[in-house]
Design a protein around this ligand. Sequence first.
Ligand SMILES: [Fe+2]
Ligand SMILES: [Fe+2]
Length: 277
Amino acid sequence: MIETDGQRVPSTLREAALAALAASDLDMKVDRTNLACRMWFGRRLGLYGAADPAHPGRPGRPSEPVLVSPRTVKRRSVHTLEGRIALIHALAHIELNAIDLALDIVARFAPERVPRSFFDGWMTVALEEAKHFRLLSRRLESLGSHYGALPAHDGLWQAVEETAHDLGARLAVVPLILEARGLDVTPSLVEKLEAVGDEETADILRIIYRDEKKHVAIGAKWFRFLCARERRNPAERFRELVRASFRGEIKAPFNDRARAEAGLTPTFYRALSPRSS
Ligand SMILES: [Fe+2]
Ligand SMILES: [Fe+2]
């Protein structure tokens, strides 16, 4: 068998996704994600097989950054270089989690009764998250820092553990709550970065924003697909699943327009937010 970075060449998508998920070296994680994607779209991989390795549970991570409770991560102001580095570091950390979140959907739900295009969608997401992580890591380096230099919070993986049993719940929480939140907050971050003259970081965030709209749309499309199959009302089912599987806060204001463009209309989320009527 030919070897790449000491790893067996995968023969199934689940095996390829698990290899990327397990990688603790982050260059290797990105490379393996890219390889999984190339092989999948090149139709060189089956979907899953009996010889696939076991799911590692948690994704592979380097020894840094140190993971801390979300409350102890410092507030960030874009007015100082230090503040901008902290902001970009926090965003890079989110993107790294997003790579693993997409890979986990593919690996965990490979045996699910869904069309192949479901996996095309999530591998495209994994590839774009890997691109976002690399763009932000390089930006940190150009500012004299690097990913791992600051502590980061450990809240995101909880969503994975709480929705591991059910694809509908996973889609409700990961793309439709967590990624949709990115659509709400990114435009004002872009504006703040432009106001302090950091065009390079603003450009990266514009790329991320454009791609994230697609990710929410992919989530909404497959969530609606599952609901149609079960003859459920998607907005109602969404609220039910979120109440059962998501412990975080759902905060207004919402970017209703971007959310609607991605197929997530206010009937899905308005009633879940304490501050909206
Ligand atoms: Fe992303
Ligand atoms: Fe995303």
